[in-house]
Design a protein around this ligand. Structure first.
Ligand code: SF4
Length: 338
């Protein structure tokens, strides 16, 4: 309570343990905490409704969570992150700056005074070394207004600590990669339900990153959409010598996901045999149709036939061709792999 008003804070949350602990440690000091989860939709896989997931995790902590879909703005950042990528397509420094700026822009409208994060000094090489934490804080535009309850005591006091809104003595001074202390804190606070750290970020998936970086090279970056990013997840991906992007479903689950991407694309399927659903982009002429049909034939089963009837339907025309499976050496040269 300051000046008769309850102190409010925003906590940037994921479903991992660190952000849960951070939010809970501040909530336990009598501060109203609202969780903000910035969601970007680059994965078409059906998952549990995010609001239900966060309600289940944070409801027992008395912390309401708002889900903010930031996909479009986040994609613009991912296409050209000023601080570069980690091992995959993960622009962790710019991601953190992005999220903090998002929270900063909400402070006034949600009547909150500061932002809480689950960052731990020294935990991740790219974004959580101390100098990087300070740089991220400066770039976020809310210098001094970020409380990191898990590492606060090994960092300079924030404004909320200096003003006594938050009791620094009830925060921790964790640094490094070990998660032992966090697990002990979770046990002492009765938190048993949480996800594993950073397991969910699709941008750290090396296979996904290879596909995305290839897309960035082949396509004008400003023309890339969130749907393009979602299409990178399912199937096998190929880029032919003539710049045709081909996605081949690996199994029934992939084929089901690819069904959702038919609109505006070329679709290839075997007529007489059960085979994959194949999508293609940038098909310009009959030669490209033959090439994609040959890729489709390759995945219809080697022993079934020498030639396959392949049905195709595209934005400009549809029809049927007979195709011989493409040679594996040629195919391997077109395949995108990590
Ligand atoms: S792992 Fe993913 S979500 Fe986490 S900071 Fe890096 S880019 Fe952002």
């Amino acid at each position: 309570m300051t000046g008769g008003r309850r102190v409010r804070a925003l906590a940037l949350v994921s479903s991992g343990l660190d952000s849960m602990l951070a939010a809970k440690l501040v909530r336990d000091q009598g501060i109203d905490v609202t969780g903000i989860h910035c969601m970007f939709r680059f994965d078409p896989a059906g998952q549990e409704d995010p609001q239900s997931r966060f309600d289940r995790l944070f409801g027992p902590l008395d912390i309401p969570v708002q889900i903010h879909d930031v996909t479009d703005a986040f994609l613009r950042m991912v296409l050209d992150p000023p601080h570069g990528y980690g091992k995959g397509l993960n622009p962790c420094i710019d991601c953190k700056i992005f999220m903090l700026r998002h929270a900063r822009d909400l402070l006034a409208s949600l009547d909150a005074r500061f932002v809480v994060t689950g960052e731990v000094a020294g935990q991740r090489p790219m974004s959580q070394m101390k100098p990087t934490l300070f740089h991220i804080e400066k770039e976020s535009g809310i210098r001094g207004l970020i409380v990191r309850p898990l590492s606060a005591r090994c960092l300079p006091p924030s404004i909320p600590e200096k003003r006594g809104w938050v009791d620094r003595n009830r925060l921790f001074g964790i640094s490094g990669r070990s998660r032992k202390i966090q697990i002990e804190i979770a046990e002492s606070l009765g938190i048993r339900l949480y996800n594993q750290p950073a397991g969910g970020c699709i941008l750290t998936d090396l296979n996904y990153a290879s596909r995305a970086k290839r897309l960035f090279r082949e396509r004008e970056r400003s023309a890339i959409t969130p749907e393009d990013m979602r299409l990178l997840r399912p199937g096998r991906h190929f880029w032919t010598d003539r710049g045709v992007h081909v996605v081949v479903g690996r199994d029934e689950a992939d084929n089901g996901v690819l069904e959702g991407f038919r609109t505006g694309r070329w679709v290839f399927e075997a007529v007489d045999f059960t085979g994959p659903l194949v999508l293609a982009e940038n098909v310009r002429d009959a030669a490209d149709i033959e090439t994609v049909a040959a890729i489709t034939a390759r995945y219809c089963g080697r022993n079934k036939a020498d030639r396959f009837r392949i049905r195709f339907a595209g934005p400009r025309e549809s029809g049927e061709v007979t195709a011989v499976p493409v040679d594996d050496a040629v195919l391997n040269g077109w395949m995108v792999s990590s």
